[in-house]
Design a binder for this molecule. Structure first.
Ligand SMILES: *[C@@H]1O[C@H](CO)[C@@H](O)[C@H](O)[C@H]1NC(C)=O
Ligand SMILES: *[C@@H]1O[C@H](CO)[C@@H](O)[C@H](O)[C@H]1NC(C)=O
Ligand SMILES: *[C@@H]1O[C@H](CO)[C@@H](O)[C@H](O)[C@H]1NC(C)=O
Length: 808
């Protein structure tokens, strides 16, 4: 039943709701007026080839102009266009020959607009009506045969065939009916006198005039014509015009004169007195206009609104004193004034737009309407500058609101978009509407650390769990997309997992040490901390945290030479001939710490003869202060303290036994000096043998020397410049020992041994193991031991410092 560009209309038979056609993709339907609510007009889904199932998701709806009622609706399940409200053709179209309703069918995503036109066919639902129930005719008895008396036409609101078709007059003796058609096309009846009246015979009569329409079933209306037979009144009033036309701007003030009708009556006196009245007038017109009975002037009595009605037609009857009348038509055209501002309707709006939508995405649909006409309803729409949105004109007065650029919620999260609509009237009217759009978050920002690199300094021997530093990363996204979680990336520090050294608080980014760190083990390490947000998928970034361990004076100086204790052979021979300033021995010590904490200084804290030996403050070289004299005690004991320069400083002591002798034969006396009685007999014998041989050898040498250099009394220098440091006392090169202490593996450290010259510091870099240095024991034992050995408790500052040593 689909015909293109062609309207099926009545060809003698009634086409109920079947006539539809496409015109440029639009649909037209034709239905009779007064259909029941819910009646099906047609199936738009079928007619437009739309998928019924998608109608509701595409929000199919019928859109009417602002003030119109919704006469049609869509059954979204079946796609039927149905009648939503009773349609009265006469109410809407009056006597216009065709009555067409226009609707828009709106579908979203994508926006699609179809024009629907609905032609309303007339049905014969109105009967002809005479302006008055009774018409009074006063006819002189002198009226001759053939005299005509016009009876005002009956009016039928229906059109065409359904309007007034014929009249019939009740059977009577005097009058016959003649039907006339006016220039405007309406039919009226005239009574034609067929047989003269005789007032004396019959003074009055009542005749029934029936108006019939051409509808099926036929409807009719009647008027009673009351004929009074008079003596004389010959002329009916005659209007100067058959149709009066006037035009009036809308909103004209009350009492504005519109037009004056005038009719003249040739009769004199009462017979010539013309009065005017509306003979046929719609209710609407009745409220707007009034007619001066005497002058025939029509004035405004109500609010004239072009949008309510643009044309008014009324009939005015002029009547003389005895009731002869004629009528005329008055047409008042209302002209439009730009009195309606455009109205902006928001038809659809996306609740919140994800910030990653591509430019050009449609986020809303607006419709602009202006109730004025012509130029006054031409509307231009614009939105304010500097928002990433624009209006794209769509179909008719619809506009799509689309994005023009990339949105970024972190920069602007809400937009207030003001749409301004201006018509082209003079002066133009405009209106504006603000719509709020919010931008929804997308996880598009990774957390960013506040610093590019973090460095932290921690003093060694820190408590496990102590806070080292904190890292902070910011993520401007919303809620969980911006929630930052910190973690340490897996890695190794010195072969152990990094997690065994540091931990990070996932929420705060505070980094804690898991264990105590040891500067002597390593001085710095790097960890990578990751900040991750809670989005899906999450975004992350890394930062490097460098941890620098600072030295704490936690290592005691360690004396390498002379050997700490229990070795009775640590005896230096000092030739009796040694002059003041001769180097007799050297204390060698190292400190595992660094810097000031390893800057060692040497002091003699106790000696048998305080004035005899001096020690280089930093070199540890022991020299004689003066020449040795015969009176000096042969056995000299020195207690040397080695202190580092830390705060507080740590120290160690050692004992040095010096034997002033040129003769190794005196050595056995060493035994007495030794506090060690545990020497085995074998050792004693060995020593005796060795000393004997040496003594013999020395004696021999001396004899030879005495013979050869008899003039020389003394050797000038014996130990000058060369210190014999037994190689066994150099820092030993230990292979890795699997110890169970804190320092498990072999490590490198720098030990600074200072020499007297200071300028030529030399460095031992050795693999070294802590377990070989029972410095602890040495220190615990040595001070008291030596103090006791010297028989007094010296209150020197060095001793006091020991008491305050941490863990010493
Ligand atoms: C938008 O308008 C609302 C209410 O008028 C106001 O509270 C809000 O701050 C405005 N937003 C912007 C981004 O101007
Ligand atoms: C986070 O981002 C995702 C997309 O990446 C989005 O779907 C989600 O709604 C966002 N969450 C919040 C709380 O905005
Ligand atoms: C973080 O570090 C890991 C390991 O070094 C690397 O694979 C990853 O690509 C880094 N991620 C970022 C965002 O830099």
């Amino acid at each position: 039943m689909v015909h293109r560009g062609y309207v099926l209309q009545s060809y003698g038979f009634v086409f109920f709701f079947a006539a539809l056609h496409y015109a440029h993709g639009d649909l037209s339907y034709s239905i009779p007026e007064e259909m029941k609510r819910g009646s099906v007009i047609g199936n738009i889904a079928k007619d437009l080839g739309l998928d019924v199932g998608r109608l509701s998701t595409r929000k199919a709806r019928i859109d009417t102009e602002a003030n119109d009622r919704q006469y049609c609706g869509i059954d979204l399940r079946s796609g039927d266009l149905i009648v939503a409200e009773r349609i009265d053709r006469e109410e809407h179209c009056g006597d216009k020959p065709s009555c067409i309703f226009k609707f828009d069918l709106l579908l979203e995503s994508p926006l699609e607009l179809h024009r629907l036109s609905l032609q309303i066919q007339d049905i014969n639902d109105n009967a002809p009506i005479f302006p008055k129930d009774t018409v009074k005719l006063e006819i002189t008895e002198s009226a001759g045969k053939g005299a005509r008396y016009r009876v005002n036409a009956a009016h039928d609101a229906d059109i065409g065939q359904n309007s007034v078709e014929s009249y019939s007059l009740q059977q009577n003796d005097h009058f016959v009916l003649n039907i006339q058609t006016t220039t405007a096309g309406s039919k009226y009846g005239e009574l034609v006198l067929d047989k003269e009246l005789d007032r004396e015979e019959q003074q009055e009569m009542k005749l029934l005039l029936t108006a019939l329409d051409g509808g099926s079933p036929q409807k009719s209306g009647t008027v009673v014509i009351h004929v009074t037979v008079l003596d004389a009144n010959d002329n009916a009033p005659v209007f100067s015009e058959a149709v009066y036309k006037s035009s009036l701007p809308e909103n004209s003030p009350l009492k504005t004169p519109v037009i004056t009708v005038s009719a003249t009556d040739a009769d004199e006196g009462v017979n010539g007195e013309v009065t005017y009245e509306f003979s046929r007038l719609s209710d609407k017109s009745r409220k707007l206009f009034s007619l001066d009975q005497k002058t025939g002037q029509i004035i405004v009595t109500g609010d004239i609104d072009y949008e309510e009605g643009s044309k008014y037609e009324m009939f005015v009857e002029a009547k003389d004193g005895y009731g002869l009348s004629s009528d005329t038509k008055v047409i008042i055209d209302i002209s439009d004034v730009n009195d309606n501002a455009p109205v902006i309707y928001l038809k659809s709006l996306t609740d919140s737009i994800p910030e990653n939508v591509s430019p050009g995405t449609e986020v809303g649909i607006i419709n602009v309407q202006d109730r004025d006409s012509e130029n006054n309803r031409q509307v231009r729409c614009s939105i304010q500058q500097n928002v990433p949105f624009k209006l794209v004109p769509s179909i008719k007065n619809y506009y799509s609101l689309v994005t023009t650029g990339q949105l970024d919620r972190e920069v602007v999260s809400d937009y207030n978009i003001t749409i301004t609509a201006t018509d082209e009237g003079s002066p133009p009217l405009s209106s504006s509407k603000t719509i709020q759009l919010s931008v929804a978050d997308v996880n598009d920002n990774p957390p960013v650390f506040e610093e590019q690199v973090y460095s932290t300094y921690v003093t060694e021997n820190n408590k496990p769990g102590s806070t080292l530093c904190s890292v902070t990363a910011r993520d401007p996204d919303w809620r969980q997309n911006g929630t930052v979680i910190y973690s340490i990336l897996p890695g190794e520090v010195n072969g152990a997992p990094v997690s065994s050294y540091l931990s990070v608080n996932g929420e705060t980014g505070v980094i804690h040490a898991v264990r105590s760190l040891d500067y002597e083990q390593f001085r710095s390490f790097k960890v990578h901390v990751m900040a991750r947000d809670n989005g899906s998928p999450p975004l992350s970034s890394n930062v490097t945290v460098s941890v620098f361990i600072t030295d704490l004076n936690d290592n005691f100086p360690q004396i390498l030479y002379p050997a700490p204790e229990g070795n009775s052979f640590m005896t230096e021979l000092v030739p009796k001939a040694a002059q003041g300033g001769s180097l007799v021995s050297k204390v060698i010590s190292v400190d595992a710490d660094s810097g000031q904490n390893a800057w060692l200084s040497y002091h003699i804290v106790k000696s048998t003869d305080p004035g005899l030996f001096t020690i280089g403050l930093h070199s540890g070289e022991i020299r004689t202060q003066r020449d040795i004299s015969e009176s000096d005690n042969m056995k000299q004991n020195l207690i040397v303290a080695v202190k580092d320069n830390g705060q507080p400083s740590l120290s160690a002591t050692c004992a040095m036994f010096l034997l002033i002798s040129d003769n190794l034969a005196e050595v056995p006396e060493l035994k007495d000096m030794s506090h060690d009685d545990n020497n085995s007999k074998l050792t004693s014998y060995l020593i005796i043998a060795l000393v004997s041989v040496s003594t013999f050898f020395l004696t021999f040498i001396i004899v030879i020397l005495g013979v050869r250099f008899c003039r020389r009394r003394k050797p000038r220098l014996l130990f000058d410049g060369a210190v014999a440091i037994p190689s066994a006392y150099l820092p030993p090169n230990y292979a890795e020992v699997d110890g169970t202490g804190t320092l498990r593996s072999t490590y490198n450290y720098d030990a600074y041994l200072t020499t007297g010259s200071r300028t030529s510091d030399f460095k031992f870099v050795r693999s070294y193991n802590d377990s070989t240095l029972p410095a602890d024991q040495t220190l615990r034992k040595s001070p008291s031991d030596f103090a006791e050995a010297f028989g007094d408790s010296d209150g020197s500052p060095e001793w006091k410092q020991w008491g305050s040593l941490p863990g010493g």
